[in-house]
Ligand binder design. Structure first.
Ligand SMILES: Cc1cc2nc3c(=O)[nH]c(=O)nc-3n(C[C@H](O)[C@H](O)[C@H](O)COP(=O)(O)OP(=O)(O)OC[C@H]3O[C@@H](n4cnc5c(N)ncnc54)[C@H](O)[C@@H]3O)c2cc1C
Length: 460
C-alpha cells in the first residue's frame, strides 16, 4: 500500500514540531512527509533574535535547533526556498514556487498542516523600506540589522513599538552603545499590562537610559542624501536615527487560507477544533501563530503569537496526523519578557480584558522583594492581582520587578488554569528560603491583599 502523504506549510516551530512528531509515530513506509519553507532556515528561534543581536548569544546558528539537512536525515522531505502559493482544498494539492529557479509545481496531499506563522505589521508610511529600517522576524532580518549596526555612522537608534519585542530590542541597541529612543503609540510601554504597571516599565526604562515617548504615532521615515534612514517623524516631532528597529506587532499569516475560504476568526487567525483540525476540514490541521486560541479565562478566542504555543501545537498536530491523540485546551495568556535587568510578566486578564467580557472584579497591588529583605541582593518587585467580584476567582496577575520576578507568574498561571480563588492561593505551599523569596512569597502577599479588597468590596 502506498504511504499516506503529509504536506506541511511552514518550516519553523509549529510546522517542524508537527512533522517531527508525526515521523516519530510513523515511518516513511506509512507516511511520506514533505515540508515547504520559503526561507533558508528551519526550526529556528525567533525568540532568541534580540539576544543574538544584543550579543548575549554569539552565533546565529546557536538559534537553529534543527537544520534542513538534519530534518532530511530524519526522513522528512524538506524543501527550503520553496513557497506554497495556493492550496487546492478539493483537489488535495498545493502549488509551490521555487524562489531560486522560479519554477512552479503541484504536490498532492492526503493530510495538510498549515503552520505559516505570523507576519509583522508594516504600516504603509513613506520611507518604511529605506535602508537602515529593520524588522526582526527572521534570522535574515537579524543578520541585516547586525550588518547595519556595524556600518552605522552615528549611534542613534529609534525603536518603533514598545511591546515585548520593542523593549527587548531597545536593550539590544543599548548593548551596542546606541542612544535609544522608543516611540510608543500607546499610553505606556507594554500594552499587554495595565497602564499602572506599564508606567513602572516606563520609569525603569528611563533609569536604564532608554528614552520612551508615549502617544507617539509614526507618520514617516526620513532619509538623508545617502538614501539611508535619517529620522523618524511623528505628528509632533522628529527623532534623528541612524538605525530604526520595528516592533509594531504581528498578525496571523493566513493569506493562503483566506484565499480558499478556510474559516478565520475575528482576529484573522484560522479557527480549529481542540485537536487543531481546521473547523469543517477533516484532513487539514493548523497551529502556531497563524491560528486563534481559546482564552480559558475570557472564554473567547484571541490571537497570541508565542513560541510556547506554537511548539505545543506542533507536537499535538504531529500526534494527531501520526495516528496518536492530542488536544490543545487553550491558554491563560502567560508571557514574560525583560529589558536589561527589569523582568516583566503577565498572565490572565488585564482590567480592560475583564471589562470587555463583562466580568466585575477587584484589584490589589503590592510591593515586595524577590528574596528575604535582609538577604544580599534583594530587589523590589510589584505584583498586581485581579479577582472576580463575589466568587473571588483569580482573573489575572502582572509582575514587574527584578531578580526572579518573571517566572513567579507561573504560579499564577497554574492557579488560573485550576480556576483557584485568591483565598485558595493564600494557602499554597510555595517554597521558601531567604535567597529565593521572603517568608511570604510576593504572589501570596498579593493574594492576601486581594482577599482584603474583596472583603472591602463586600463580596467575601
Ligand atoms: C524577535 C522575536 C522574539 C520573540 N520572543 C518570544 C519569546 O520570548 N517567547 C515566545 O513564546 N515567543 C516569542 N516570539 C514568538 C515566536 O517566535 C513565534 O510565536 C513562533 O516562532 C511561531 O512559530 P510558528 O511556527 O507558528 O511561526 P513562524 O516561526 O513564523 O514560522 C512560520 C514559517 O512559515 C514560513 N512560511 C510562511 N508562509 C509560507 C508559505 N506560503 N510557504 C512556505 N513557507 C511559508 C515562514 O517563512 C516561517 O519560517 C518571538 C518572536 C520574535 C520575532
Amino acid at each position: 500500500m502506498a504511504a499516506e502523504r503529509l504536506v506541511v506549510i511552514g518550516g519553523d516551530a509549529a510546522g517542524m514540531s508537527a512533522a517531527s512528531q508525526a515521523r516519530r509515530l510513523k515511518g516513511p513506509d506509512e507516511l511520506a512527509i514533505t515540508a515547504f519553507e520559503r526561507g533558508h532556515f528551519t526550526s529556528y528561534s525567533a525568540c532568541g533574535i534580540p539576544y543574538w543581536v544584543g550579543g548575549d548569544v554569539e552565533q546565529r546558528d546557536d538559534l537553529i535547533a534543527r537544520t534542513p539537512e538534519e530534518h532530511r536525515a530524519r526522513g522528512i522531505d524538506l524543501r527550503t526556498r520553496t513557497e506554497v502559493t495556493e492550496i487546492d482544498v478539493a483537489g488535495q494539492r498545493v502549488r509551490t514556487l521555487d524562489r531560486d529557479s522560479g519554477e512552479t509545481s503541484w504536490t498532492g496531499f492526503d493530510k495538510l498542516v498549515i503552520a505559516t506563522g505570523a507576519r509583522p505589521v508594516r504600516p504603509a508610511l513613506p520611507g518604511m523600506d529605506a535602508p537602515g529600517v529593520h524588522g526582526v522576524q527572521t534570522l535574515d532580518d537579524g543578520q541585516a540589522l547586525l550588518d547595519t549596526l556595524d556600518r552605522a555612522k552615528g549611534r542613534r537608534a529609534v525603536v518603533v513599538g514598545a511591546g515585548y519585542i520593542g523593549v527587548e530590542m531597545a536593550e539590544a541597541m543599548l548593548k551596542h552603545g546606541f542612544e535609544v529612543t522608543v516611540l510608543n503609540r500607546g499610553r505606556q510601554p507594554m500594552a499587554t499590562l495595565d497602564p499602572d504597571m506599564g508606567r513602572l516599565v516606563h520609569e525603569a526604562m528611563d533609569g536604564l537610559g532608554i528614552t520612551t515617548v508615549n502617544g507617539a504615532a509614526v507618520t514617516a521615515i526620513r532619509t538623508g542624501a545617502d538614501g539611508r534612514v535619517s529620522a523618524v517623524e511623528t505628528d509632533g516631532a522628529s527623532y534623528p536615527a541612524d538605525v530604526v528597529v520595528l516592533g509594531i506587532g504581528v498578525e496571523p499569516e493566513t493569506t493562503l487560507a483566506r484565499a480558499v475560504g478556510l474559516p478565520l476568526g475575528p482576529h484573522g487567525g484560522l479557527l480549529t477544533d481542540l485537536s487543531l483540525r481546521v473547523a469543517g476540514h477533516d484532513n487539514i490541521w493548523a497551529g502556531g501563530d497563524c491560528v486563534e486560541v481559546l482564552d480559558l479565562v475570557a472564554g473567547r478566542t484571541r490571537h497570541i503569537a508565542l513560541g510556547t504555543h506554537a511548539n505545543k501545537h506542533g507536537q499535538i498536530i504531529g500526534s494527531n496526523v501520526g495516528g496518536g491523540y492530542g488536544t490543545f485546551p487553550g491558554v491563560v495568556g502567560t508571557a514574560v519578557s525583560k529589558v536589561c535587568d527589569l523582568e516583566i510578566a503577565r498572565t490572565g486578564l488585564r482590567e480592560k480584558d475583564a471589562r470587555a467580557v463583562g466580568l466585575r472584579f477587584v484589584t490589589a497591588t503590592i510591593e515586595s522583594t524577590g528574596r528575604a529583605g535582609y538577604y544580599p541582593g534583594a530587589r523590589p518587585m510589584t505584583v498586581k492581582m485581579l479577582a472576580e467580584y463575589r466568587t473571588g476567582r483569580l482573573l489575572g496577575v502582572q509582575i514587574v520587578g527584578r531578580d526572579g520576578a518573571a517566572k513567579r507568574v507561573d504560579t499564577a498561571a497554574v492557579a488560573l488554569t485550576a480556576r483557584m480563588t485568591v483565598e485558595q492561593i493564600t494557602s499554597l505551599d510555595l517554597g521558601y528560603a531567604p535567597p529565593f523569596s521572603p517568608v511570604w512569597d510576593p504572589v501570596l502577599v498579593a493574594a492576601r491583599k486581594t482577599v482584603t479588597a474583596l472583603r472591602e468590596a463586600g463580596t467575601a
